[in-house]
Design a binder for this molecule. Sequence first.
Ligand SMILES: Cc1cc2nc3c(=O)[nH]c(=O)nc-3n(C[C@H](O)[C@H](O)[C@H](O)COP(=O)(O)O)c2cc1C
Length: 343
Amino acid sequence: MIETDITKMFGIKHPIFGAPMGPFYTTELTIAVSEAGGCGTLSHTNLFGKISVAEMKKNMLHVIEHTDKPFGFNIRTARMQPDAQTLCRQIPKFIMSNPKLKEQVRYAITSAGTARMLQGSKAYQKLKAKSEIKNFHVAPAFWLAGKCVDAGVDGLVVTGTEGGGHQAYEKIGLLVLLQQIKQQYPDFPIIACGGLANGFGLASALAAGAGAIAMGSRFIASIESEFHERYKAVVPPAKATDTTLVTGFLAPIRLWNNNYTAHHGLVGSKQEKIAEEEELSLEDLIEDQKYYEMIYDGKIEDGAVPLGQSIGAINSLEHVKDIIETIVSDAEIHLKKAVSYIK
Ligand SMILES: Cc1cc2nc3c(=O)[nH]c(=O)nc-3n(C[C@H](O)[C@H](O)[C@H](O)COP(=O)(O)O)c2cc1C
């Protein structure tokens, strides 16, 4: 057993979180991760024109039908995410109205935009006063960590550029970020994320001051995840060099190399990205979303396939329970070995 500030804060057995993976569904995955003693996370989902608020409510109710354990949800609070404000208002109200949700929804992870949006929601503040919910915000850059702390979040998901999906323009690796942020905020609760896939990853993150890890790619390659079988099958044979950062909808995004990445470049800075966004029409955005819908249907050669460099360290599809238990018991061995170096 590994007990940390984060396992105690969330009432979970193992210091392992499922990373949010919108716009895809991670509902069955959430159940599997939470049932296995970690904390699963529902994604901000709006595939095929679905309304994200309705989907989130439906997914939450599905989770509490299948597990009594704690879990979380993600809201992407980005400039380009038109439904973010509505989710920040409506989801806390929805949780408040259902005693089982109020007890089980412990983790609100916000990302890709401002940390102030959920913190500024009256409904969220009411829920916070009456429940155990905690809001962590994704910090993929050192400067952003300070803004999150000032906004009043309870913790940070420190995410390195190795990770799959949207990333920061700064492109800083997880270990450097952890050192920077721990140096400045030594006691602030931290979940490490990006490039983590096994017991060495968990042991190193804990040694670097995190209280838990979050993984995306490792859980895509699980029996329980609801990603298409062709998407899952990419992971075991892939190398760490098989991903590229390209310009995504919200920021740079790390994708598996295929026909899509071959035809998409990477803008150099946030300023360039904002200028580019000003040129974009609603049709362009809807068109881009189609590349994510394609891969959900298994057309992985031509669609956008988010995966992280950690795919180079993942060699098999496994049950979520086995993934979590192996990572924790291996990390215990590695940490004990490291402690034995101290004389
Ligand atoms: C398919 C996919 C979709 C993602 N979508 C989101 C998202 O909607 N919100 C978010 O905060 N992060 C998103 N991410 C980033 C993950 O939460 C996490 O940072 C990343 O998977 C960590 O790297 P790893 O894949 O090496 O574990 C996504 C990642 C992947 C692989």
